[in-house]
Ligand binder design. Sequence first.
Ligand SMILES: Nc1ncnc2c1ncn2[C@@H]1O[C@H](COP(=O)(O)OP(=O)(O)OP(=O)(O)O)[C@@H](O)[C@H]1O
Ligand SMILES: [Mg+2]
Length: 264
Amino acid sequence: MVSGEAQVSLSEVVRRYDGPPVVQALGPISLDIKCGEFFSIVGPSGCGKSTLLDVVAGLVRPTSGSVCFEGKELHGEVPDGIGVVFQEDSSMPWLSVRDNVAFGLRTSSLPKQEVATRVDHAISFMGLAQFAGHYPAQLSGGMRQRVCIARTLVLRPRLILLDEPFGALDQQTRLLMGDELLRLWRETGATVLLITHALDEAAMLSDRVGVMSARPGRFIDMVETGWPRDRDSRVISESQFGALTARLWSSLREESLKTLGRAA
Ligand SMILES: Nc1ncnc2c1ncn2[C@@H]1O[C@H](COP(=O)(O)OP(=O)(O)OP(=O)(O)O)[C@@H](O)[C@H]1O
Ligand SMILES: [Mg+2]
């Protein structure tokens, strides 16, 4: 697919959970994400961000509206070409780093040698080569998140969905993991959809940031950052960075107050 075309297309997507109580979690949302784009979503807690990610992944069907990936409508399962990194650390504690990373290919029809090559590549790409035989409990939180990303990378996704992957990490580690994610994005050519609660992370990493309203989540602002493709965390010292972060916050402040039950 040519860079610049819509890879993901959402049309009037609504998602309701049939309780009781019935909860309208999302929408209506219409959104196109371009092939090769780095798109981030910020929004108040509980506004439907994870629900949106699940809908884009094909894990959850919209109550109404449609979701297309590479021109095909999704029907309740994750299609080939989409890789997901979930909000919580989903490494499997009983498996070594190598076996965690190989897990998604265990039923694949690829030759054994190809599986081993992909696993080795993903492990070293994420800087874990010396820890391939370690277990998750022997790693730091940042390293465990890298295992989860490596596990997705072996599948060679054309679209990578990440739900607050660095949420539990300290600020410096988050910035460095952001650099890793930018490197991964550039080198794989994949499209990235990142959900984050950190406005600075969204402003630094993305080509475009969508700001969501309080639940039911809709887009209330769309911000183009204008960064060059070859960027890293040092953009935080650029003057536009402060302006971008301030705009995200001014769009989000009123919505965040609503979720706390307060007027703006
Ligand atoms: N399986 C479910 N059944 C019923 N309601 C649900 C379910 N999953 C989510 N919800 C509701 O949908 C709304 C959106 O939840 P979601 O997890 O998508 O929010 P979020 O924006 O990801 O929040 P956070 O920032 O805290 O991760 C919430 O009100 C939540 O209670
Ligand atoms: Mg969430």
